[in-house]
Structure formats: C-alpha cells, structure tokens
Design a protein around this ligand. Structure first.
Ligand code: GAL
Length: 336
C-alpha cells in the first residue's frame, strides 16, 4: 500500500498483505518491537452476520499477526493464538477473542495478550466463559501464545464486554472494560441494554497476569464501549462508541490527568462527521508512530454482510490546545 485508503464513509475498502490476501485482523492493535510494527487482531470468518452458526463475527482461526516497517506494507506472520479442534478445549471454535490487546512486560520479558473471551459457539451470553477476560502469553511478540484461561475482574457479578489494555509510562498496566451488571429485577435473562453498564479501569498486577483490587468506575462513561486509549501532554484520553452492536454511532471522548481519577466527558472528537457515526466506524486502538509525534487511531468499519471485508480506517489524532482532541476524516493519507 502507498497510503492509508478509506474511500467515502459508506465504502468498504480492502487492505491487502504483501502476499495479496485481504488483511483480516479485527479490533486488535499495533505493537512496536525492535524496529518493526506488528499488527494483530481476531480473524473473522467471511460470512454475513445472520448466517448460522453465529455468522462471520466469530473466529475459527484465532488471533493473527502481520509485520511492517512502514505501517503500509504488511507481511502475514501467521496465527499467534490458535483455535483448537478439540471440543473439550476452551479454544474450541467457532468462538471469539474479541478486541485482543498485547503489551510487553519489561520485568518478566513476556508479551501478554488480553481479550474479551467468548467460548464456543461464540454467543455474547452471560454465563461462565461467555463474558470474560481471556489471557495468553508468549516469550516473543510473534510466537505461539500460550492460553492461560479466563476470568472476571473486580468480582463475578460484572460481565466483561468490550475492553482494551493500556501500559503506562511507569510500566504499570491497566484494563479498561465495559462492565455489565444484571438488572436486579430482571436478572441475567436480559439483553445488553438492561442493568448497569459502565467503563471501568482496573490496575493489573506487576506481571500483568492478574487483576489487582485497585480500580475506578468511569462514572461519565456509562453505556459506552470500544475503548481506545491515548496519552499526550498530561492528559489520558479514551475514545469510545455507543452501544449499537455493529451499527455505527457517535463517538465520545473522555480525559483525565490520572487513570484512576475522575474522567471528564469532552464530547465527540470527530469534525464534520455529519452523520454522527464516527465516519461510519467504531474505535479499536491508538498507537504512536515511532520517532514522531503522530498517534494513529485505528477505527473499523465492520461489514456485516461479509466480515472478512470489514475496513480499517486509520487517522492521525489532533491534540489541541486546551487538552481536547479531534479527528478529521481523510479518504486517503500517508506520512508525506
Ligand atoms: C459491538 C462491540 C464489538 C462486538 C459487537 C457485537 O458493539 O463493540 O466488540 O461485541 O458489538 O458482537
């Protein structure tokens, strides 16, 4: 690729790897290691949403990875967290490793992958293994990750929905997730829009492999999901979406001076987004371009008639005076 190409906001543009195959790495992230970027995400199935069982929004492959030195040309590195064909395995597919995020632990020298785990057959339920945080580790960024199981942060009452992981400058790491608690009267036999939903920040242990009891409810970010985190000039930011499933909706950002402190709602960062749909995308992740001041927000335009053809929309974030952020849609751009 010569540029990040996005087309019009109602278009689906395919991005190809260096072998000529469609890049299929949903809602993951980019991690920079020893001069190379590694882009990873869950591999969707090439099916429409309503094709049973559970359509293309599940995976029967796992989490895949691509590498690049220029962020434009991506070479497929393979499956890093693999589905199992053993029906007794926690990794039996189709299932979901939604929104996987990898961080490196400098002390243990391990790459740690957290995701929203949804066991076979990959339904967003409320039972054990349907609404959990999944964990896997590896000694190298692009090796085979070892599955360590799944669990819930804070307590067993809160179902895990969308999540991300953020490694702070001091080496401490945090999970940010949409925690869903059942309506006390309706119980757990409800859909996604009853009860209490809110983003929480949970501090991870030093090795990043477990949750600590230190956490903060982001009161201002109730009924938000798809969190993506950035830091700049004394502020942490979270860009989020509303709760309309794969339907796009208006983004909203929040900021704070300290991750476990109060977060302030700073509104929709999208400029001239006349349809109020985050330019017809949903937030995924934010990363820094090495050696520059550019931070890129990875957004995704999910294609529910063929998930393999979901599109990536990567935009530079503008950090404005006064501590706000803004996003401008570009049909195409590169670093020149
Ligand atoms: C979206 C969410 C995705 C996925 C989808 C439905 O709202 O952001 O991560 O869960 O719903 O499967």
């Amino acid at each position: 690729m010569k540029a990040f190409c996005h087309g019009e906001i109602n278009e689906f543009i395919e991005w190809y790897d260096t072998d000529g195959n469609i890049i299929n790495a949903s809602d993951g992230g980019v991690i920079y290691v020893d001069g190379k970027y590694h882009w990873y995400g869950m591999a969707f199935r090439p099916l429409p949403m309503n094709s049973g069982p559970n359509g293309g929004q599940m995976t029967d492959t796992g989490v895949v990875m691509y590498e690049s030195t220029d962020l434009l040309n991506w070479k497929y590195e393979g499956v890093i967290l693999e589905i199992s064909n053993d029906p007794t395995s926690e990794l039996y597919g189709p299932m979901r490793f939604e929104r996987p995020k990898i961080i490196y632990n400098d002390k243990t020298k391990q790459f740690v992958l957290w995701c929203h785990y949804v066991k076979y057959p990959g339904d967003h339920g409320n039972g054990q293994g349907d609404s959990d945080m999944g964990l896997a580790v590896c000694d190298s960024v692009n090796g085979k990750y070892r599955w360590l199981g799944y669990s819930k942060p804070i307590d067993n009452n809160g179902w895990v929905r969308d999540m991300t992981v953020y490694k702070d400058m001091d080496g401490e790491a945090y999970l940010i997730y949409d925690r869903h608690i059942a309506d006390p009267l309706l119980g757990d036999k409800t859909g996604g829009l009853q009860g209490d939903r809110c983003l929480y920040v949970v501090k991870l242990s030093d090795d990043y492999l477990s949750f600590t009891s230190t956490y903060k409810r982001i009161e201002s970010a109730a009924w938000r999901e798809a969190p993506a985190v950035a830091y700049k000039n004394g502020y942490y930011y979270i860009v989020t979406s509303g709760l309309t499933g794969w339907e796009t909706n208006q983004a909203k950002a929040f900021r704070t001076r300290s991750l476990l402190d109060t977060w302030e709602d700073i509104g929709d960062p999208c400029v001239d987004d006349f349809t109020h749909t985050t330019f017809n995308t949903q937030s995924t992740n934010i990363f820094l371009v090495e050696g520059t001041n550019t931070q890129i927000i990875m957004l995704e335009r999910h294609n529910t008639s063929n998930f393999l053809k979901s599109s990536y929309v990567w935009l530079p974030i503008n950090f404005n005076e006064g501590g706000t952020i803004s996003l401008h849609y570009k049909k195409e751009w590169n670093f020149e």
